[in-house]
Design a protein around this ligand. Structure first.
Ligand code: IPE
Ligand code: IPE
Ligand code: MG
Length: 235
């Protein structure tokens, strides 16, 4: 694929929303929407890499999503399990490094083991960096960081922004340049609160299982035209 121009976002964060509505429109169970959504993620990873994006962070399950019916939560966790096991070799072949951000407390032990296996197996991969946000909440991430600081810096009386960032799940990852939310809603739903202080926002009405490479290109194209001033003025 031809690159759009030089102004490609280095890091794109996507809230993959609309799986449930996609299934409902087709009179299918919500679980099928999540299955289609997970397939879409695989193709969007490939498209992102082709476009020249280096980091892709996707919101797969929020700290608030536990409030859904058990059957749906279990369905999503099983998809996550399957992804971690079945896709490990494909990730390595595609040179894709996979990391999981979010609160590991609350995830089943077998999932924790599968996360470690996936992260270790892809640790040296150098292509796309994929961050899956699972049991992730922006407020939860910040509070976990504060608690880590309280534990290891007993006499601390001040901290810089850079030091604070180093306690976040995203410590080794640059801040997102572009945030995309599919599914039509225009809110942050507790995603990357600290990290998206200066991110460009793009909202799409397309439901996540329908979000194609063309749609990604549209978002990246719009990003490439945005004027990022970071508080400065332009003559
Ligand atoms: C996003 O799709 C996936 C998760 C939150 C796990 P939804 O399941 O929220 O789909 P809608 O928003 O109900 O259509
Ligand atoms: C946000 O979607 C979380 C994920 C996409 C995983 P939700 O569907 O849970 O968000 P709300 O409920 O519309 O805010
Ligand atoms: Mg939703």
């Amino acid at each position: 694929m031809e690159k759009i121009n030089n102004n490609i976002p280095k890091h794109v964060a996507i809230m993959m929303d609309g799986n449930g509505r996609w299934a409902k429109k087709r009179l299918m169970p919500r679980k099928i929407g999540h299955l289609e959504g997970s397939k879409r993620l695989e193709s969007i990873c490939e498209s992102s890499y082709k476009l020249g994006i280096k980091y892709l962070t996707v919101y797969a399950f929020s700290t608030e999503n536990w409030n859904r019916p058990n059957d749906e939560v279990n369905g999503i966790m099983n998809l996550f399990r399957k992804y971690l096991v079945d896709k490990k070799n494909k990730c390595i072949q595609n040179d894709m490094r996979v990391r999981i951000i979010g609160n590991r407390n609350g995830l089943d032990n077998d999932i924790l083991q599968k996360i470690e296996d996936m992260e270790e197996a892809t640790r040296k991969c150098n292509g796309l960096n994929l961050q899956l946000a699972v049991n992730y909440g922006g407020k939860d991430e910040i509070v976990r960081a504060v608690n880590k600081i309280l534990l290891c810096k007993e006499h601390l009386n001040s901290i810089t922004e850079a030091e604070f960032s180093s306690y976040l799940d995203t410590r080794d990852i640059p801040e997102p340049d572009l945030f995309i939310r599919t599914g039509g809603d225009k809110r942050l739903s507790n995603f990357l609160l600290w990290e998206m202080a200066y991110t460009e926002f793009y909202f799409s009405d397309i439901l996540w299982p329908d979000f194609s490479e063309e749609e990604l290109k549209k978002a990246v194209n719009e990003f490439s035209k945005r004027d990022r001033r970071f508080g400065q003025i332009k003559e």
